[in-house]
Design a protein around this ligand. Structure first.
Ligand code: ATP
Ligand code: FE
Ligand code: MG
Length: 368
């Protein structure tokens, strides 16, 4: 069984051909990150145009590198939810015309389910396992019980941690910082934080009194912004000109975000243990999403997984961010279980908003 996976939900155009063991036969990825970084954020029509300009080449490259012809494919799997409407539309239109032309089965994919299951392509991980997804667009904790069976334990009430880091980086003009050339927001903060003293600024981790597993990052960003405003005023400089203590601010912001993510994850672990939702044997926390590549956050999480006896698994960075491989893998898993192939492609639509699994975040109470 051979599956072509296609991803266009946000700002990456990705394609990959996988066999059923999860071996990547060919892949290609075009990132729009640089364009959006310069614009100060993703402008959906720009993302759409870039997907349209690149999708043919990206898919062709993945196929060429795999040496597989469209005729040999068992199915095409494509992200149809959640994501930016204009971006999802490009991938879906391309895929539907591809599967009609080559008479192939089509498997619509949920982007977050694909993130959550990627780890199973890399190593043996049985259901159920706990998963933390932290990226530029999402922050959520879920129990993965099967390839299409997720229990949503908590999610962000406002913004996602990658978004917070990107906004702080933009506020500090890190794109112009000599030590941060070519780095994205989260990477720039992580890099500077290594030289910073996180105790020189104190930011509060929110939601201490909220006995659930939801997240909130807007308040952290607000505290960081106020500290930057104050410093700039003290030094009598223009916004974005601060240099003296950016490392310390980066270290404190990163620490507070790590601490918040870890506390919420700790609650989720205790909740699952109290309800006997995790296996006795090798209970596992999988962490994925762009923010999961942050070493400080990983190490902070490790303290909690060590203390609670969980195995912590983080796929390598290239599998944590958006790509075609994870979409193809989700297609492989679905094909193996006979799930998800649509019988009428004319009924398939994309869905910008689509929750992951059954939401029990309101039932998660008093875990500690
Ligand atoms: P989503 O996948 O939820 O739609 P996205 O495409 O923005 O959103 P990813 O591509 O998974 O998410 O990750 C990008 C985010 O990860 C950015 O916000 C970026 O700042 C953050 N990020 C990348 N590297 C690091 C790092 N080393 N430390 C912290 N954050 C990071
Ligand atoms: Fe993603
Ligand atoms: Mg992305």
């Amino acid at each position: 069984r051979l599956v072509l996976g296609i991803e266009t939900s946000c700002d990456e155009t990705g394609a990959a051909v996988l066999d059923e063991t999860g071996t990547i036969l060919g892949e290609s990825l075009h990132s729009q990150k640089e364009v959006h970084l310069k614009a100060g954020g993703i402008i959906p029509p720009v993302a759409q145009r870039l997907h349209e300009e690149n999708i043919n080449r990206v898919v062709q490259e993945a196929l060429d590198r795999s040496g597989i012809t469209p005729r040999e494919l068992s199915a095409v799997a494509t992200t149809v939810k959640p994501g930016l409407a204009l971006s999802l539309g490009v991938g879906l239109r391309f895929s539907l015309s591809f599967v009609r032309r080559h008479e192939k089965p089509f498997i619509p994919i949920h982007h977050m389910e694909a993130h959550a299951l990627t780890v199973r392509m890399l190593r043996h991980v049985d259901f159920p396992f706990l998963v933390l997804l932290v990226s530029g667009g999402h922050s959520l904790l879920a129990l993965a019980r099967g390839i299409d069976d997720f229990l949503l334990l908590g999610q962000t009430l406002d913004e996602a941690p990658g978004d917070t880091l990107d906004k702080v980086a933009r506020r500090l003009s890190l794109i112009n910082h000599p030590k941060c050339r070519g780095l994205g927001g989260g990477q720039a903060i992580e890099h500077l934080a290594k030289e910073g003293d996180r105790l020189r600024f104190q930011f509060k981790s929110p939601m201490g009194q909220h006995y659930d597993c939801n997240f909130s990052f807007a308040g952290i960003r607000n505290q960081v912004t106020m500290a930057i405003n104050k410093k700039e005023k003290q030094e009598g400089i223009e916004p974005g000109q601060l240099l003296s203590c950016v490392q310390d601010i980066a270290a404190a912001a990163q620490h507070t975000i790590a601490s918040h993510i870890t506390k919420r994850t700790h609650r989720a672990i205790l909740f699952c243990k109290a309800r006997d939702l995790l296996p006795q044997n090798n209970p596992t926390l999988v962490v994925s999403g762009g923010v999961a590549s942050n070493d400080y956050i990983r190490e902070t999480l490790r303290i909690v997984t060590d203390a609670t006896g969980l195995q912590l698994l983080c796929p390598p960075a290239k599998f944590c961010t958006d790509n075609g491989v994870m979409i193809a893998w989700n297609g492989v898993e679905r094909l193996k279980q006979g799930k998800g192939v649509v019988s009428h492609t004319q009924d398939v639509t994309y869905e910008p908003k689509a929750p992951l699994g059954r939401d029990i975040s309101t039932e998660v109470r008093d875990a500690t």
